[in-house]
Design a protein around this ligand. Sequence first.
Ligand SMILES: [Zn+2]
Ligand SMILES: [Zn+2]
Length: 372
Amino acid sequence: MAECKAAVVTKFNSPLEVWSVPIPEMATGGALAKVEAATLCGTDAHRWQGHLTEGGGVDLPFIEPTTTPFVPGHETCSRLAETRGQLFDLMNQPLKVGDRVIASYPHCGHCYYCTVTRQTTLCAKNLSFGHSAPNALLGGCAEYHYYPPGGSFIRVPDEVSSPLAASAACALRTVMHGYEQLGALASHESVLILGCGPLGLYSLAVAKDLGARRTLVIGAPQARLKVAQEWGADAVLNLDETPQLKDRRQWVLDHTGGRGADVTFQCANSRALPESLQMTRPGGRLINIGVSGGPALEFDPMMFFKQVRINSVVMAEARHFYQAIDFLATRRRDFKFDQLLSGTYSLDKTGDALKAMAEYREVKPVVMPAAA
Ligand SMILES: [Zn+2]
Ligand SMILES: [Zn+2]
């Protein structure tokens, strides 16, 4: 097997091409895996649209620019096909060909962020997937995915489907990272979630699981709010039907004893951060997960008198991938996780999936490269 098929973005905002690309030379400790499922998220759509052509520069060296051509897909569940040397999963169990895995991004392992602060997502050599040249084979929308050494493999138990496992490799692991930054959630605390895409819904599931006193969700469209209700949200508010910020704020106050939420998860995009701050009670906590570019944000500086603790979360460490897979496996009777997944696409229809994602017609499309 010298080549495999990969969906390639050759031009931003344009149909994809399916290329035959050479299987890369594997480094010791690397692995080649057959892709079982690749789910797409907003980041993939932004990359396809050409919104992320600038890297993070000197302040954010771990954010790389996206240039064409590239293979999309950074949420991948795959089956090991070949390994270079004996590999081990995160639990130090030996891996063998045929094992189903998700993988965290490789990082250098010896810089300040990898060793001293243990924040490996901030490593300048953090190698995120889904935006590399086709020959690197570092995207999920391909028959095979190459995993260079430096990341961790997390085994996927039988009870978790490949598409769901793939969704854990981005949305849920980031949510787990957010909850780690939050710290303990007390039983009397209310949790407000802004956004009801996969990040918002997973944040809701974890809040319920941790025993939040009350969970509130603001988002759209109605179908996703319905899922939030089925997953136990105590109250939901349709963003489309409540265009005025003052009305949304009043709704939150009405549900939180007039104080605002004890904890807010911003799972929409950066534009929602000022609103999130307004919705959080004085002294509360705000976890910012939804990130996007665009013009500078405007804050009322008086807001900082609220003494709200703000954490912003980017990507996730290997342990969060583990927590995400474990949550899907052990809480599957509490939440119908499959409700998150939307359309299924074959490899040659990857472009349709990206377009549908960009147009908000899909929540979490699944690309199945093995499908005809
Ligand atoms: Zn490093
Ligand atoms: Zn993602």
